[in-house]
Write a protein that binds this ligand. Structure first.
Ligand code: DIR
Ligand code: MN
Ligand code: MN
Ligand code: MN
Length: 310
């Protein structure tokens, strides 16, 4: 693949410091070389720089609205141009509010995307249903057409218009969904596969069904938004809102391998690594192994046609 890598050091979508170090941690773990060694051509777009806007007081309950809004505008513009230049885009977060800009930019460049949301959480609170006020729990409500009427117009988000349908979203890994979010999922019939579904059917069937649910013809470009808290905290402890009982290393890898095999992955977000929580070496190592599978590494071995038997 031709891969465009973008660092998104965002933290103001949630309350803790440390998620802004995600891109640096992945870079220090050698992510660029890892992707190159898989035979990819990697274009490193560096890390975006975000400003912290002064006096960015909460609007109603919403925290840091102007800072997060302005940052996501930058993310949208950057992802748009990476996708337009035909690179498979890897955005390294950063807190998960980054997906607002990332999906927005992606959808502008590729109007027919589907969104595979791998997360313990649904991240579809509106500013009115959110009890935390943290924007990382809301990105999908800002970009979904059906929710436009439920999302108040906020300063800092003027650029952000709804660009996907809730019918284009499918969840995998849910196990901590707020009441308002559950109401939205039921009301709009959003496709979802919780950890209960993974337990019942196994990850193979879950991924098959998930892809068929949003794209029965198997033709649409895929936006994968991967929150590391989807994985079990035993393997990704360094994240702000860990939830026990998550996806195993193997289940995480399996999702990635299948998505890579479709040949239709177009943007991959990796979000919510927080280096100041828990053992970040373990978390970063897990993240790198998972990301690799999106960019061509196969557990069954990669066939190199040029390799002749000695
Ligand atoms: C919660 C937590 N649903 C909220 N969301 C998280 O604040 O809206 N998402 N942690 O990844
Ligand atoms: Mn989450
Ligand atoms: Mn259900
Ligand atoms: Mn999330």
């Amino acid at each position: 693949f031709k891969v465009g890598v973008l660092g998104v050091p965002l933290s103001k979508g949630q309350p803790r410091d440390g998620t802004e170090n995600g891109p640096k941690a992945l870079r220090n773990a050698g992510i660029i070389k890892v992707l190159e060694d898989l035979g990819n051509q990697v274009i490193d777009h560096g890390d975006l720089q975000f400003e912290t806007i002064e006096n960015d007081n909460p609007k109603d309950k919403i925290k840091n609205p102007k800072t997060v809004g302005a940052a996501n505008k930058k993310i949208s513009d950057a992802v748009y141009s990476i996708v337009k230049s035909e690179q498979l885009c890897l955005t390294m977060g950063g807190d998960h509010s980054m997906a607002m800009g990332s999906i927005h930019g992606h959808a502008l460049a590729e109007p027919n995307i589907v969104v595979v949301w791998v997360d313990a959480h649904a991240d579809i609170n509106t500013p009115l249903t959110s009890s935390s006020g943290n924007i990382h729990g809301m990105p999908l409500s800002f970009v979904s057409k059906e929710l436009e009427a439920y999302v108040p117009k906020l300063k800092g988000f003027e650029w952000c218009f709804p660009c996907i349908s809730v019918k284009d979203i499918v969840y995998i890994g849910l196990r901590d969904v707020d009441e308002g979010e559950r109401c939205i999922i039921e009301h709009f019939g959003i496709a979802h596969y919780s950890m209960q579904d993974v337990d019942r059917m196994g990850i193979g069937e879950v991924v098959d069904k998930a892809l068929k649910a949003v794209d029965p013809t198997g033709t649409r470009p895929i936006h994968l938004s991967f929150d590391v808290d989807a994985l079990d905290p035993a393997i990704t402890p360094s994240t702000g809102t860990p939830v026990a009982g998550g996806l195993s290393f193997r289940e995480g890898q399996y999702i990635m391998e299948v998505l890579a095999n479709t040949g239709r992955l177009s943007v991959v977000d990796i979000a919510e690594i927080n280096t100041t929580v828990g053992n970040s070496d373990v978390t970063v190592k897990t993240a790198v192994e998972i990301v690799k599978k999106c960019f061509g590494q196969k557990r069954g071995g990669n066939f190199l046609p040029s390799y002749g038997l000695p």
